[in-house]
Design a protein around this ligand. Sequence first.
Ligand code: C5P
Length: 473
Amino acid sequence: MFEKVFIIGLGLIGGSIAYDIKDRGLAKMVAGYDINNSNLSVAKSLGLINTALPIEDLSDFDLIIISVPVGDIPKIYKKIASSLSEGTIVIDTGSVKKFVLDAVSKIKSKAFFIPCHPIAGIENNGPHAALRGLFNNKNVIITTDDRGSDVEKIIKFWKSLGSYPVLMDATEHDKIIAVMSHLPHVIAYSLVDSTIEDAEIPKFMGGGMADFTRIACSSPKMWRDIFVYNKEYVLFAIDKYEKSLCKLKTRIKKGTGIMEFLSRVQSAKLSHKRDRQLIIAVDGPSGAGKSSVSREIANRLGFLYIDSGALYRTKACIVDLDIKKLAFENYNGKWNLFYNGKNIDNLIRSEAAGKSASDMAKNTKVRNEINELIYRMVGNDSAVVEGRDMGTKVFPNAVLKLFLDAPIDVRAKRRKKDDCNATKEQMENRDIQDTERSAAPLVPAKDAVYIDTSASYKSVVKMINSIVVRTIH
Ligand code: C5P
């Protein structure tokens, strides 16, 4: 799609774009620059960019992506504008558009600037936080009146990252985003600020507070700029919010009307939620941590949990299986598989059962039968489904696809700790069998977020939770 792409700012957004450009072969080479030298060397070592270059002469590049805090976008553009060639397209990824549009329109250049805002991200920053597939299923707002071939090309570019490009007026964008993104950050920062003095609080932090704290961990420089350059609409949103807060405060003070207030908000939110079924697909080899992560997400969101591997195992263990008698039930806080009312989780967990399941899973007839069962179990509900082909075959339209993986030694060690009798060799053989079979082989879906789970369970879950929260809200 492009010959040479240059990314200025290799943080979460710039770095994630770099991953996707490389993974999807959208450019022959990707070069980059970051004001922070250590970010630059991390980006190089992660393979986000082919080479690091200064930004003096970018005449050779046909796409430039400026992914820096909003206030710095015009400064960077001013610096590079005179060196750019005819036909070069420049895009930014900032969260405020009118300020950027006004500022860059005053800067002369042969290049064409197209303001973009991908509505994606998590609170982590820096190139380490970059994620494959971050823009999949996300809106990208493009604020230009132009409908020429360059804009068409940028629309195509975002579509190849799995995003939904939306064309919008810059002021309209700033008004909407002030409410939908900037206000929640104002609230999170101020809420956490109001509790800082309280030394006891972190010890007793519940899920709600943890969500606010997570948001308040976002980059201060990035959010300072957003609040400064979208001041008018952020203040407008805060005014409206203050009114709601006062309304609730008064009701709490008087002790009346609280129920009506809460119920009205709840039903508005629920009717929005009920509109759509959300499927989260989690795939990967055994020992990658799929089950723990999937159970955690399902419990947290109140979604159904389906372990398709357990269904293949059951098919391999029980002769004349009547699949209508199977159900996942919450047993002591864990999802176990029950057959005819009997907990069969222990029965199906041996490595021998895993191997027989893998043998059986090559058979397309068995796969169709299990898939039918999964569809029946899920119905119209939202669910977290885990297995080998959930994102590629069974739920290709899942709202979020995760592919969990880890080096074989890490996975084998985990299995040993789980008290499972699988050896490293057995696991490797099963990996090969699952990956190389012709029916629904184990491969990451093109639009899956690939996650190496070698890090601590806590940090993996933290990262996945923030991806999930961003995706479904
Ligand atoms: O995940 P688990 O180890 O329980 O799965 C057992 C076997 O079932 C796998 O090795 C794989 O061959 C098969 N399977 C599959 N497709 C799925 C889930 C599991 O082929 N969606």
